[in-house]
Write a protein that binds this ligand. Structure first.
Ligand SMILES: Cc1cc2nc3c(=O)[nH]c(=O)nc-3n(C[C@H](O)[C@H](O)[C@H](O)COP(=O)(O)OP(=O)(O)OC[C@H]3O[C@@H](n4cnc5c(N)ncnc54)[C@H](O)[C@@H]3O)c2cc1C
Length: 414
């Protein structure tokens, strides 16, 4: 019987296993994960799980019964350490090996570690264990310093405020954090949102050191100032877990290098899914690696299809989609919203907290949107992007048509 071994038991790996069955795969499926705990979902780690409104059980993704029913053999608490392409097997840390016909690498990414050391009180947030430790620390109160104001850092600050932590400060060397994903106008509105909720922002100044000080921590900044903290969260990005493939003959370059079908460029039966995959995006005509949940799910479905239907290979060419929950904002980014593209702002029901910013390429075609608290606008924008090359004017008219009668177009976002 054929066997697919999937390494990495989070959303990418679990969804690949489930999609293989949905596609009619009849072979063996072995899902190998280094964590002892059952597979769980990561987005809630900075939101509901950290806030205490979700539990480890409620964010579980593949209960034991469901795995058995689907014929997915789970190997928990066992890290993969190497692959032999010649012998077609994966080596595990406990000394055992598993043979495969197809191998799916779904080992995701790990938090970039603190360059300022890890004295007690310094946290990163990537795993359930990280979230539980951080939650316990935040329940002791503040001050909290969040280093890095990307999506994860911003969500931690927001959740901490919700938990009643006093004195929350976000530090980022960039003047307008998130302005690579959002136009500076929208990014500065996100910063203003934090300030409205009492978070102090120190943007445009880097951290030089984090040192233990009289039972707490001192965060030293490049301008000579210091911040006192009980807890520091370092949210400065993630690194793909591809180093275990060193020496295997599977090419990695900030992720497993794949073709448009998410298939390793070195072997037609080795695939990659999710945060660890770097693949050729046919529509963008460049290789990309994406660290978003929806991408992992869609890539898993694509890879499962390709394993089951080798004569009908599908390209993975998704439209970007990411969401973030901060305070009472549900922020969605869909498609391409690079900072310097032309864009227009359309106000929704309550324009200060419900709006859409629509972006266009130089030829006037709609490329993406940032949408806050406006689900109908999100649906309209996703539909337009799926059609491809729709004029911005058309999308703008469609989104404006969703507005409650009293609100009109409010001009450019910056
Ligand atoms: C706190 C947090 C909040 C997030 N919020 C959002 C959000 O709001 N919206 C959004 O779109 N995305 C969000 N993301 C990103 C999203 O969760 C990831 O894109 C997604 O989890 C990627 O899934 P993955 O399966 O590729 O990798 P991962 O989730 O990183 O899982 C990889 C798994 O592989 C295991 N593994 C690693 N190496 C080995 C090995 N050698 N052997 C065996 N197992 C191994 C790891 O232990 C892990 O369980 C968030 C991420 C985090 C950390």
């Amino acid at each position: 019987m054929a066997r697919t071994v999937i390494v990495g038991a989070s959303v990418g790996g679990v969804r690949t296993a489930q999609a293989l069955r949905a596609e009619g795969y009849r072979g063996e499926i072995v899902l190998v994960g280094e964590e002892e705990v059952a597979p769980y979902d990561k987005p809630p780690l900075s939101k509901a799980l950290l806030a205490g409104t979700a539990t480890a059980k409620s964010i579980g993704m593949l209960p034991e019964r469901a795995a058995i029913d689907a014929g997915i053999r789970c190997q928990r608490g066992r890290a993969a350490t190497a692959v032999s392409l010649r012998e077609r097997r994966v080596q595990l840390a406990d000394g055992t090996a598993i043979e495969f016909d197809d191998l799916v690498v779904a080992t995701g990414a790990r938090a970039r570690t603190s360059p300022w050391g890890n004295p007690p009180g310094v946290h990163v947030l990537r795993t359930l264990a990280d979230a539980e430790e951080l939650g316990a620390a935040l329940r002791q109160g503040g001050p909290l310093v969040v280093i890095g104001a990307g999506f994860i850092g911003a969500e931690v600050a927001s959740t901490a405020v919700g938990l009643g932590v006093r004195e929350v400060t976000m530090v980022d060397p960039v003047e307008v954090p998130l302005s690579r994903v959002l136009s500076p106008g929208v990014a500065s509105q996100v910063a203003a949102l934090h300030e409205r909720h009492g978070v102090t922002t120190r943007f445009g100044v880097g951290v030089t050191d984090v040192v233990p000080r009289s039972g707490g921590l001192e965060v030293r900044l490049a301008d000579g100032s210091t911040l006192q903290a009980a807890t520091v969260v370092v949210g400065i990005g993630a690194v793909p877990n591809d180093d275990w493939l060193d020496g295997s003959g599977i090419t990695t370059d900030d992720g497993v290098v794949c073709d448009q079908f998410s298939r390793s460029v070195d072997d037609p039966h080795v695939w990659a899914v999710g945060d660890v995959a770097r693949w050729w995006h046919v529509r963008q005509q460049r290789s990309v690696r994406v660290e978003h949940w929806t991408n992992a799910v869609q890539q898993a479905e694509c890879v499962a299809h390709n394993i089951v239907h080798p004569a009908d290979l599908r390209s993975h060419a998704p439209v970007e989609y990411v969401w973030s929950d901060q305070y009472d904002w549900k922020l969605h980014v869909v498609g391409c919203t690079d900072g310097d593209q032309q864009h227009v702002l359309v106000g929704g029901g309550a324009p200060e907290r419900s709006f859409a910013v629509l972006y266009a390429a130089a030829d006037g075609s709609f490329t993406g949107a940032v949408i806050v608290n406006w689900p109908k606008a999100l649906v309209t924008c996703r539909r337009s992007l799926a059609l491809g090359r729709v004029p911005l004017a058309q999308v703008r008219a469609d989104v404006e048509a969703l507005q409650p009668k009293s609100h009109g177009v409010r001009g450019a976002a910056r």
